[in-house]
Design a protein around this ligand. Structure first.
Ligand code: RUB
Length: 320
């Protein structure tokens, strides 16, 4: 089965982290389905159904942790499958995929803006905020609060091993916010200077636990010890329906060379490298989750999942 080369390119960009961050990955996956439909050369409905299913599979296999990726694909594919009886020609099918993918992308971009507006209300003038990694949702909250005239400053962790904290520091700094870049190890050292922690999420489990960039749980632990609030900013398509059904969110382990060059490791005896990209923060360490549908406590994660997926859809997912 062949796909347009643009679709393989998107899959590759997600795998190699040229496109990264759970929201961006989700929008890129929807774009991958759209490109499949736009550039498809197949002529029969049967061939197109096979092709779009194959594109979904290729995109799904790129990165395992951010649940926004399967949720974006599920959004497009389930609407497509429900609409199939009304889609008479291959062209109708292609147009419907394009329409649904565009809707997902537009809703997703609006969700990030809305999270910014809702979350900014919880930021006070003068707040010193700590953030970890690079989350568009967390950034949306901080920049919105700053644009509203709140004089905030931010500590950004560098976020080993891929240094996504550099992107965060650059973005916030360019927006005019004073930023202090710190090593991940320095989080507890500075915690007493911090008013609140704000991070994003790659996935949120049914019990309200947050899966985010490795190190988030240590940041939350240090915040908990210092009685500093922890806010998570995440769209509702980052809640994982599979966790209602007993599955755990898989944690991606990336290449050792991200941690240490191959040649250097080769000089060490009896040393191996582990490089998990994400970790799980228990709900007890999280004060609120800011979604585009409003602020919830982590304990209300199941309510969001129930609203988004309903019992019938959840039962269908049991087969996945
Ligand atoms: C990125 C990361 C981000 C979340 C949320 O990890 O952990 O905090 O994805 O980001 P990676 P957003 O760099 O490995 O993809 O709010 O932009 O969706």
């Amino acid at each position: 089965m062949e796909l347009p080369k643009e679709v393989y390119q998107i899959a590759d960009d997600i795998r190699t982290m040229k496109i990264r961050g759970a929201g961006r990955i989700a929008r890129a996956a929807a774009l991958g389905l759209k490109k499949t439909a736009e550039l498809s050369k197949v002529n029969t409905p049967e061939e197109f159904k096979k092709q779009i299913k194959y594109a979904a599979k290729i995109l799904l296999e790129t990165r395992p942790t951010a649940v926004s990726l399967p949720n974006a694909i599920r959004y497009v594919m389930s609407q497509f499958n429900n609409k199939l009886p009304d889609l008479a020609t291959t062209n109708d099918m292609k147009e419907y995929i394009i329409l649904t993918a565009d809707t997902f992308i537009k809703n997703s971009e609006e969700a990030v803006k809305k999270i910014g507006l809702i979350g900014a209300r919880r930021i006070r003038d003068g707040d010193v905020i700590l953030t970890h990694c690079n989350s568009s949702c967390a950034i949306s909250v901080m920049i919105t609060a700053f644009k509203q005239g709140k004089s905030i400053s931010v500590y950004a962790t560098e976020t080993r091993p891929r240094f996504q904290g550099h992107i965060t520091a650059k973005t916030l700094g360019e927006a005019g916010i004073p930023v202090t870049l710190i090593t991940d190890n320095a989080v507890r050292y500075f915690m007493n200077d911090i008013d609140l922690v704000i991070v994003g999420a790659d996935a949120i489990a049914a019990n309200g636990a947050i899966i985010n960039k490795i190190g988030t749980s240590m940041v939350a632990l240090a915040a908990h010890e210092a009685r500093t609030h922890v806010y998570v900013a995440a769209e509702t398509y980052k809640f994982s329906p599979q966790t209602v059904l007993g599955k755990l969110v898989p944690i991606e382990e990336r290449d050792p060379t991200e941690v240490i060059p191959k040649e250097k490791l080769a000089q060490m005896k009896n040393v191996k490298v582990r490089n998990p990209a994400f970790d799980t923060t228990p709900p007890e360490y999280i004060d609120i989750i800011i979604t585009e549908k409003g602020i919830i406590s982590p304990q209300a994660a199941f309510v969001i999942l129930h609203q988004e997926y309903g019992i019938t859809e959840l039962e269908d997912l049991l087969e996945e």
